[in-house]
Design a binder for this molecule. Structure first.
Ligand code: ADP
Length: 182
């Protein structure tokens, strides 16, 4: 499923983000950039130890990455798959919706895309940020994610393709329904 926008195309993909041949992939990291489970674990395993070393260098400089923020590293062994950069962003932990979770989630997408543009990436892929261990309801997260990506692709030149990569059939279905209604 895809949507053509003014400056690029948004594609929904059912698959694994580490297997996408795009310039940049986004990691749903935690504030310490330590690596963890879920998509974070999958990206670190696929990229190898260089990614962790680069993340630790960043943490030495900035202390911690706040929810909504985004930083980048190289891609370690993922370079062999054509991926040049990993963009690490921290999603909000869902606490019922009254703690500005939506704002933080939207910033994840917009800041990651701004960073990708600055790097010169022409294609990038997102996982469904916050909807795993961080508990964000996927219907709500899908709407925010897709709206932010569409708005960025309507207003900024540079990125020609954004893939929203959904790991489960259920998430793919929810994102597809959400995209139809936007
Ligand atoms: P968060 O802590 O931000 O909630 P998680 O990694 O726990 O992050 O989950 C985010 C989403 O990433 C979940 O929907 C999960 O199913 C998905 N996911 C897990 N592994 C992969 C992968 N290899 N590629 C793409 N998405 C993945």
């Amino acid at each position: 499923m895809e949507r053509r926008l003014k400056y690029g195309v948004l594609r929904l993909i059912h698959g694994d983000i580490t297997e996408q041949g795009v310039d940049a992939i986004v990691n749903a990291a935690n504030s310490s950039l330590m690596g963890g489970g879920g998509v974070d674990g999958a990206i670190h395993r696929a990229a190898g130890p260089e990614l962790h070393r680069e993340c630790m260098e960043i943490i030495k400089k900035i202390g911690r990455l706040e929810p909504g923020g985004a930083v980048h590293t190289g891609s370690g062994r993922l370079r062999e798959r054509g991926i040049k950069w990993v963009i690490h962003t921290v999603g909000p932990v869902w606490r019922g919706g009254k703690y500005r979770e939506a704002e933080a989630l939207e910033r994840c997408y917009r800041n990651s895309m701004a960073l990708a543009r600055n790097l010169g990436a022409e294609s990038m892929a997102f996982p469904s940020i916050s909807t795993g261990a961080y508990g964000y309801p996927v219907e709500k997260a899908a709407e925010i994610a897709l709206y932010a990506i569409i708005d960025e692709l309507e207003s900024h030149e540079g990125i020609e393709e954004v893939r929203m990569v959904l790991y489960s059939t259920y998430d793919f279905k929810i994102y597809a329904e959400s995209l139809k209604s936007l």
